[in-house]
Design a protein around this ligand. Sequence first.
Ligand code: AMP
Length: 464
Amino acid sequence: MQAEPLLEKKMSFEEFGLRPEILRAVAEKNYTIPTPIQEKAIPIVLAGKDLIGCAQTGTGKTAAFALPILHRLQGTPWRGTGRRPIRVLVLTPTRELASQIAESFAAYGRHTALKHAIVFGGVNQGPQSQALRRGIDILVATPGRLLDLMSQGLVPLRSVETFVLDEADRMLDMGFIQDIRRVIDQLPAKRQTLFFSATMPREIQGLADTILRDPIRVAVTPVATPAEAVEQRIHYVEKSEKIKLLKHLLDGPSIKNALVFTRTKHGADAVTKQLERYAVRAEAIHGNKSQNAREKALASFKRGVTRVLVATDIAARGLDIVDLSHVVNFDLPNEPESYVHRIGRTGRAGASGIALSFCSVDERPFLADIERLIRKHLPVVEDHPYRSGYGAGTPTNLDPRQAHGAAALSQVHPDMPNRRGKYDASNTRPDGRPGRSRRESKWSGGFGASKPAPRHAEHRRAEW
Ligand code: AMP
């Protein structure tokens, strides 16, 4: 019998024909396989075409535009005298996103001599204007501060070759549409435009139609709807008891095999070790393991030699295990879309599957985000031996979402921005215009004081 292919043959970054200095940086980030949006978008951007990308944050969309942009800039270096012209402008709605994008350009471009700067509100403009005066190739900006600096004559945009509009739907929601148009008015008509949006409502489509030329559309599967076939349950449990709960569940009859997700590589190794101590056959797959080791682990799992495969999100991407009985979220993902991706590993090809999620106290906000995304409350398993209590006198059979009353409820209240700073229509800007999330008013765009990046940004970085 022919051996089953272990992993579908995946494309490599080398196949895009990216320059060696960029491939080197990609390898140093431990990226081995392009994400779907990267696979689709990179060739289009390299070819200089306009693009509409329907993709959310968390899909790898930053590298999908940053890598080919860096490649193109490197291929046609600026050799003039005087100040370097701005050749790439990336416009993004929040300070947090701007920081992440700038970090990505820094990381992927670290073996090039290209220069970038970041511009956002709420902080002293001095260092930003100095960077602009020194000359940069790539500018990452939020609209408000960019317009301020433009009005001071500090941001010449006539040399922009590539314009990236990131999270266009959020921009629109946050009331930035006029600001965007004012920026675009200053850009050369002959340019490449890359337009990214998680959703494509009519207004967004309308905006895209006016600023793009013969764009090529790419979309990565929307992830807001988990497969109907997957039964989902929540286990409230203290962090320290999660491993015992996992063991307890594995001792029962229902789990034939399980793909267990942890947030970090370190977590994946720790869970695997502990399971082995419990004499459960388990292996970990994550970005620190070679492709060969990952394939071997997957093969043993598919053959039923190992019963548990412990993975991080990126490592599990593209895994197609036809006969997977359970997905276990040992840690809840901080990106709610990852939850949908994870549980979609089971219940494939018409089979039923079960997704169990462990939720400790500190993960409740993540659960609230997930429930908001999938638009339903997940059923809670009450009768397990590690059910966490919620303080003296609190009946343990109460769902902590109720036991914690207002505090817990506020996490799903529509007035609150969720942890990713998503906008809710009920928010208004300080000037009364609809549109800015509270997060945005706090973290960017010139309202409120400068603050360190929000906590979840750290989680995001730790995740892969
Ligand atoms: P983004 O959607 O651009 O915010 O990216 C989400 C996360 O995925 C970031 O932490 C990136 O560093 C990471 N990432 C992007 N592309 C890859 C890849 N091909 N392999 C592994 N990690 C990636």
